[in-house]
Design a protein around this ligand. Structure first.
Ligand SMILES: [Zn+2]
Ligand SMILES: [Zn+2]
Length: 392
């Protein structure tokens, strides 16, 4: 039946962990629940362990180690490392190096370890169940991690640490609160499965469903619903274009608890050097994407355009010219600001800085206006097309 070439060998440890645990949960949890009640302490420990392992991956494995989006004091790194170990998603070194490859070769069928182009199952979990060549670790992209003592400590003692966090901690906590099996089943087993799949949704669903407000050059999407379950990682379209930003939900109102945690810890000196992409650059990407979308809408229609649509097209072209002028002015200001910094006359620097600051603000304001006008124009264009257009 299957004429495809031989499949790579099965990765048994991954199969046992990733498929064995849901199977065990399916039998043990209903059976236990039938005979006993889970204590409140068991449910609370489920929530705490779910948060700890989830944030260990998002704030630790992902934003701290894979992207170096901020720096953290060692107690924070230690707690995140333990949380990530609790999540059983392989070592920091393996995870972060593979993730850097994912960003570098996103969507490439042979180079992206969890390419969404290979379908839901593969990008969600399939990529881990066999030893695919795209998943073979290559730590050339992680020289910083090879020098990181915390990362290498975890790498060396990974199995004992997995046993300590996933068996030792739930057993100890269960004995303490007097509900050994309740805590082991909920905070140990059920939490592990939940944590696995919400993380895997980022690689699968977040490359399939949602919006693309910043770029359509890859499959990554922004998805609020996924952000809700993934500690803010659902804003994956933003993340793929600006991977070094410590925020994934970049707008202040976007649900990103990982961002709040990192920012909160910076207020008490436990994290520092939080990387932020300048607001102008982010807005520029958004406006450029709006132009691209308008162009696509217009391209659907041939020469036989209604006059209203022709007018809309002209307006958009004018706006595009103004947008290009804004970008030019911004580039010139950047140059001037570099020159000003080099200027020898120290007392004049302050004056020049003030002038440049005002001019930067004006250009930033212009970019905001482009964004607002394009928003309105897109709405009008869609309305116009619905009313008059005659698709070819
Ligand atoms: Zn991705
Ligand atoms: Zn990433």
């Amino acid at each position: 039946m299957n004429s495809s070439p031989a499949r790579p060998p099965i990765n048994w440890p991954a199969v046992i962990v990733l498929l064995g645990t849901p199977l065990a949960a399916l039998i043990l949890i209903p059976w236990y629940a039938w005979n006993h009640d889970f204590s409140v302490a068991a449910w609370v420990s489920f929530v705490v362990f779910f948060a700890w392992s989830g944030l260990g991956i998002t704030a630790g494995y992902h934003r701290l180690w894979a992207h170096r989006a901020y720096e953290a004091a060692w107690p924070v790194r230690f707690i995140l490392m333990l949380g990530g170990t609790l999540a059983i998603q392989n070592t920091i070194l393996f995870w972060a190096s593979g993730h850097r490859t994912h960003h570098r070769h996103v969507d490439h069928v042979d180079k992206d370890p969890y390419s969404a182009k290979r379908g839901f199952w593969y990008s969600h979990i399939g990529w881990m169940l066999r030893d695919y060549s795209s998943g073979t670790p290559d730590y050339k992209n992680a020289p910083d991690l090879l020098k990181d003592k915390m990362v290498m400590f975890q790498d060396r003692y990974y199995i004992p640490l997995v046993i300590l966090t996933n068996i030792g901690f739930p057993v100890a906590l269960g004995l303490m609160v007097g509900d050994l099996w309740g805590v082991v089943l909920l905070a140990g087993l059920l939490r592990l499965i939940a944590n696995h799949h919400v993380t895997f949704f980022i690689n699968s669903l977040c490359h399939m469903f949602g919006n693309q407000p910043y770029t359509d050059e890859n499959t990554a999407r922004d998805n609020f619903w996924l952000a809700l379950f993934t500690w803010g990682e659902g804003y994956h379209n933003f993340h793929h274009i600006f991977q070094y930003d410590y925020r994934n939900g970049v707008k202040w109102w976007q649900f990103d608890p990982t961002k709040w945690l990192i920012l909160g810890l910076s207020k008490v000196g436990l994290t520092r050097n939080l990387k932020r992409i300048p607001a102008f650059t982010i807005r520029k990407a958004e406006v450029a994407m709006k132009f691209k979308r308008a162009e696509k809408h217009l391209a659907t229609y041939g020469h036989d355009m209604h006059e209203d649509i022709v007018q809309m097209r002209q307006k958009i072209a004018q706006e595009y010219e103004a947008f290009s002028a804004t970008l030019n002015d911004w580039a010139k200001l950047k140059e001037q600001s570099i020159e000003a910094k080099k200027a020898a006359v120290a007392e004049k620097i302050h004056q020049a800085d003030l002038r440049l600051k005002t001019e930067f603000q004006l250009v930033e304001q212009r970019m905001l206006e482009h964004s607002a006008r394009m928003e309105t124009m897109m709405l009008n264009l869609k309305r116009c097309i619905r009313r008059h257009a005659n698709p070819v």
